[in-house]
Design a protein around this ligand. Sequence first.
Ligand SMILES: NC(=O)c1ccc[n+]([C@@H]2O[C@H](COP(=O)([O-])OP(=O)(O)OC[C@H]3O[C@@H](n4cnc5c(N)ncnc54)[C@H](O)[C@@H]3O)[C@@H](O)[C@H]2O)c1
Length: 329
Amino acid sequence: MRRRYLVTGGAGYVGSHVVAALADRGDEIVVIDNLRQGHRRAVLDGARLIEADLSDSARLDAVLAEGRWDGVLHFASLSLVGESMRQPFRYLMENAMAGIGLIDACVRHGIARFVLSSTANLFGSASGGPIAEDVAIDPGSPYGESKWMIERALLWADRLHGLRSARLRYFNAAGADPAGRLGEDHRPETHLIPLVIDAALGRRPPLEVFGDDYPTPDGTCIRDYVHVTDLAEAHLLALDQLDARSVTYNLGNGLGHSVLQVIEAVERVGGRRVPYTVAARRPGDPAVLVAASDLIRRETGWTPKHADLDHIVRTAWAWREKHPDGYGN
Ligand SMILES: NC(=O)c1ccc[n+]([C@@H]2O[C@H](COP(=O)([O-])OP(=O)(O)OC[C@H]3O[C@@H](n4cnc5c(N)ncnc54)[C@H](O)[C@@H]3O)[C@@H](O)[C@H]2O)c1
């Protein structure tokens, strides 16, 4: 039977790729997005876009009252770690209120499945080896804290109301739809790969590398870049798990790449030099953040198909080169 999902933030980067994956398999999708960060053109034909803010609870109730829903996927969020360090209470209030309000609405409307975009920022103080789900939570920022608050609310929604949820902690989402339909267009852009590509294409000043004195082989920070299409596949598999129980998964490739390795990959793929300067470390940036994703692999059979860094960069480069203004205005 054709399934029907409500997707908050589905006009954004990760959400739009998940909407495409759900629509590709024939599901019916309704997106709620205020378009503050998202883009109308990122919602592919076939999905319906409702331009609304999640704080508009009357609108949300009206949408949820429109018939049967097989689940809600919640991507909408303020997501800038640095901004959250400067505006902690805005992040704690807006993100937590939007998330908990949505959970409350789901319970009231009898929704059975909920998927949350959570984050590796829950493991702000972790260091060293790959991070599994049982590593102690210690959010690295008010942004991460707000995600933890929503994760906790989901735990209670399950215990008290039987709302099953998948809490998916993404490491660094990267790349673009290999079919070229969608890409990454954050404003401001803070993610490394599009920044490096734009520096290579001369569309922005030389890249700033924040710190080259970390305890890593080349001194720059190491992160786990996971292709956004692999992330989308993980959502589909996680949704299936919710027929039986709630789940929490850390989502990454388990491969760490340093900032300098990303720069080298962009130079290989694009055939251009990446101009960069070394700046001071940013407060709160851990040296290494790499996921141990054995649990989702074991329980769902998830296998990232786009894990190779050059391939990730190639898909991002192709979209960026073809869409110099991103999705436009
Ligand atoms: N991109 C990553 O690497 C990454 C890593 C970890 C976690 N996450 C989480 O994944 C989710 C998606 O990330 P993204 O990079 O696609 O972000 P994004 O900013 O591209 O997408 C978020 C979307 O939500 C919408 N939105 C925000 N607040 C809203 C509100 N109150 N009402 C309605 N719409 C609202 C925005 O307009 C945007 O389209 C976020 O929750 C983010 O915290 C992302």
